[in-house]
Design a binder for this molecule. Structure first.
Ligand code: ATP
Ligand code: MG
Length: 187
């Protein structure tokens, strides 16, 4: 087969410029939108890494990737417990910083075509990680790499660097009608 037929190469050729995308806002759908983008990229032969800040549990996407998607790597970089905005546990901070170090290595490694930093906006807003380091990561990314940042409270400095910013706005959420977290919907 001609090397030019390799689907990943074809995608990379089309990808003259890697994009920075931000999914923020208080409505449901930010993390799942990012994973939808990952699925699309994987289907086109791209190598994708997701780092999940402030999460310590294997959500459905993680379980699906383990089972069916070898080109989708997911790393958890948090605890499976609520982070207190004004009083985060030292381990919350430590794990978030490890996640940021991993993100920087991954972004600069050339091993991935797309890197998704799930909930990193929240980690920056809660000051678990320095905002300046996130901005540096965005600025230093290789030109062809697609970078996606999710989470509520995206700082304006991150928004300013993004090519695409989508705000999920809550119109209604089933949680407010008393519907509990559900496997396959929330996690
Ligand atoms: P999802 O992971 O379903 O795409 P999300 O990433 O937009 O949601 P987060 O802000 O990361 O949402 O919150 C994670 C959890 O909170 C999810 O279980 C989600 O269903 C729930 N959630 C999201 N938006 C709301 C809301 N407006 N009210 C209550 N719960 C919400
Ligand atoms: Mg989310």
């Amino acid at each position: 087969m001609n090397a030019a037929m390799d689907p990943r190469e074809a995608v990379l050729k089309r990808h003259r410029k890697g994009l920075v995308q931000v999914y923020t806002g208080n409505g449901k759908g930010k993390t799942t939108a990012a994973f939808g983008q990952a699925l699309r990229a994987i289907g086109q032969g791209c190598r994708v890494l997701v780092i999940q800040f402030m999460k310590g549990r294997k959500y459905g996407e993680f379980l699906a990737a383990e089972k069916y998607l070898p080109n989708l790597a997911i790393r958890l970089s948090g605890l499976d417990s609520f982070v207190m905005r004004d009083n985060p546990a030292p381990l919350d901070i430590e794990l978030a910083r490890q996640g940021l170090d991993l993100a920087r290595q991954a972004v600069l490694s050339g091993d991935y075509d797309m890197v998704i930093l799930d909930e990193i906006n929240v980690a920056a807003d809660f000051k678990l990680i320095p905002l300046a380091d996130v901005l540096a990561l965005i600025r230093d990314k290789p030109a062809g790499l697609d970078l996606i940042l999710t989470g509520r409270y995206a700082p304006p400095e991150i928004i300013a660097l993004a090519d695409t910013v989508t705000e999920m706005r809550e119109i209604r959420h089933h949680y407010n009608a008393g519907v509990k977290d559900r496997a396959g919907i929330e996690y």
